[in-house]
Write a protein that binds this ligand. Structure first.
Ligand code: SF4
Length: 194
């Protein structure tokens, strides 16, 4: 193992021993638990994204409550809503301004495929603009579905899968999850009621 291996391969270039064997895991775990989303909503899906960050669903549980106004402080782009042709270059610029490593969740059928907007004004899939790691289905996806997408992304970050695939193919991890109906996961805790 030399410095060159680490420069070329990143943490993957480390030859693990009893001292360094867990460093990669620790870094990936830290990354997954401190991933801040960019404040970036495009259409109605963004309302569900905001609801996911609010008290009832509480993204703070995953270290993600801080939606950053500056892309330079954000790790995750949640593409929440349809992407118009005019907005596509702006979206790409925001993505380019985010620091590496960075991740993308496509939220809703409009972002993922154009949805019911099968016309010239809407990009027919945001994967034409940025590499998508996780697709959250639905119109709009419920907060439960978005949290499922986020947890899936965390798992992919933790095991290093996304960076591996991006290095091999230049594309995102391209993982499709299933939709979770609203209210089907757990009963919310009502603060103050005894
Ligand atoms: S998927 Fe549905 S809720 Fe989301 S942007 Fe499209 S129309 Fe709006």
């Amino acid at each position: 193992m030399g410095v060159r291996d680490v420069l070329d391969e990143g943490l993957g270039g480390l030859q693990h021993n009893f001292l360094t064997g867990r460093i990669e895991d620790l870094v990936n775990w830290s990354r997954s638990r401190s991933s801040w989303p960019a404040s970036f909503g495009l259409a109605c899906c963004a309302i569900e994204m905001m609801a996911t960050g609010a008290a009832h669903y509480d993204l703070a549980r995953f270290g993600m409550e801080v939606f950053r106004a500056s892309p330079r402080q954000a790790d995750i782009m949640i593409v929440a809503g349809r992407v118009s042709q005019k907005m596509a270059p702006v979206l790409r610029q925001v993505y380019d301004q985010m620091m590496e490593p960075k991740w993308v969740i496509s939220m809703g059928v409009c972002a993922s495929s154009g949805g019911m907007f099968n016309n010239y004004a809407i990009v027919q899939g945001v994967d034409q603009v940025v590499p998508v790691d996780v697709y959250a289905p639905g119109c709009p996806p419920t907060p439960e579905t978005l949290i499922h997408a986020i947890e899936t992304l965390h798992q992919l970050i933790e095991d290093g899968e996304i960076l591996r695939r991006r290095k091999e193919t230049g594309a995102g991890a391209n993982v499709h999850i299933h939709e979770i109906p609203a209210g089907s996961v757990s009963t919310p805790v009502i603060l103050g009621s005894r």
